[in-house]
Design a binder for this molecule. Structure first.
Ligand code: FES
Length: 251
């Protein structure tokens, strides 16, 4: 049976362009079966009823698939549970009377919009530089006309699991988006459909990443530890190979 716990929350409050500060809130009678975001909903209801401004945080699917949610919880991206998005983190992992510190992801390329909501559009701009496959109009071809080895299909699917939450950027001491970009480049580089544009894709996506102020990768591997989807750092090695080959290829 679900228990109830009481927590003290230290939450980062900030308006765009202004200095931020921590504010303290009490979260009483929280069901241990509730998700972290449901706990935030309960706290926000109380703040609203008292005439205050609710804590702004981002969410959509609440099922670990859209990549909208994400905050630092006690200094860890998406909280302390491995391979778990914030919306899938449950209150049973917290102790009665615990103080929980909640902050936005900290990264130069992710400015705060409000409270825990960040502008992560930089990741979308990287995708727009080549994170897609151009197709001609017409009927979809028969899937079986393009045989793909099982290992390659599985590796491409693993890379495609990236939900673009930005935890990798926040966890990296350099604020690098290499794991994100590597996953997006890899999911196409591994499949024949992605080959015609692979050189341009690697060059353009890396150039955009640099232009937007994401840092360089220095192989800290914090990104892979923070990733709620377990994206492998092998994808970074693949991106490096794709990028070097592309630079050596005339375009
Ligand atoms: S709200 Fe969609 S992944 Fe968390």
């Amino acid at each position: 049976m679900a228990e109830k716990i009481n927590l003290t929350l230290k939450v980062w409050r900030q308006n765009r362009g202004e200095e931020g500060r921590f504010e303290i809130y009490e979260a009483h009678d929280i069901d241990t079966d509730a998700s972290f975001l449901e706990m935030m909903d309960v706290v926000n209801d109380k703040i609203t009823l008292a005439g205050g401004e609710p804590i702004a945080f981002e969410h959509d699917c609440r099922e670990g698939i859209c990549g909208c949610c994400g905050s630092l919880v006690n200094g860890k991206t998406h909280g302390s549970h491995e391979r778990t998005t914030l919306c899938q983190l449950h209150m049973r992992h917290f102790k009665e009377g615990e103080t929980v510190v909640i902050e936005p992801f900290r990264a130069r390329a992710f400015p705060v919009i409000k409270d825990l909501i960040l502008d992560r559009s930089g990741l979308d701009h990287i995708i727009a530089e080549g994170g897609y496959v151009s197709v001609k109009t017409g009927n979809a071809p028969e899937a079986s006309t393009t045989p793909i080895k099982k290992e390659l299909a599985e590796a491409a699917m693993d890379a495609a699991e990236c939900i673009g939450c930005g935890a990798c950027v926040a966890a990296c001491p350099n604020g690098s988006a290499m794991l994100f970009t590597a996953a997006k480049v890899s999911q196409f580089a591994l499949l024949p459909q992605g080959h015609p544009e692979r050189a341009q894709r690697a060059k353009d996506m890396v150039a955009k990443m640099d232009e937007l102020g994401f840092g360089n990768c220095s192989n800290e591997y914090e990104c892979a530890v923070a990733c709620p989807k377990g994206i492998d750092v092998k994808n970074i090695a693949r991106l490096n190979r794709e990028f070097i080959k592309a630079r050596l290829t005339k375009s």
